[in-house]
Design a binder for this molecule. Sequence first.
Ligand code: HEC
Length: 139
Amino acid sequence: MNNRFFSVAALLIGTLMLMAFMVPQEKKKGGPWEIPQEYVTMENTYKDDASLEKYGKQLYMKHCRSCHGNTGEGDGPKARNLEYDPGNLADAAWQDGVSDGELYYMSIIGRDEMPNYESKIVDEEERWAVINYLRTLKK
Ligand code: HEC
């Protein structure tokens, strides 16, 4: 046992600790949403308003991109600091399984780390513009 042994051991332990710190932490899954029936069946009265797609994009980039990423895949700059997995909004199977009203509830009412946007996106037309834009992210 000499000093060199301890130096090497300390270096090794230090490196391992650094590596453990750098490995991304597995995010918690929020699980299925409990969405009130009135939202599930809520009608999107702005469904075919093509101009909203552009407008929706602006709102998405302003409010949602930071966590959900440019393409909705959940890789925005703030995502790494989230405790919960923001999911993949572009996932086709997931999109097919949710109604516009359900998207509205998740996007505007939110839960836990998913912020509430009722006071930030006030206009009904703007809210649906965001939903219509989310639909364009599907792939
Ligand atoms: C601060 C980060 C953050 C921002 C900003 C944010 N979200 Fe989220 N979002 C999350 C997280 C985290 C979840 C997962 C929450 C859960 O499961 O409890 C989530 C979940 C969702 C879901 C449900 C996804 C799923 O797989 O169940 C939708 C839809 C959604 N967000 C839309 C939006 C929209 C639209 C905006 C902008 C208006 C937005 N989010 C802004 C963090 C964010």
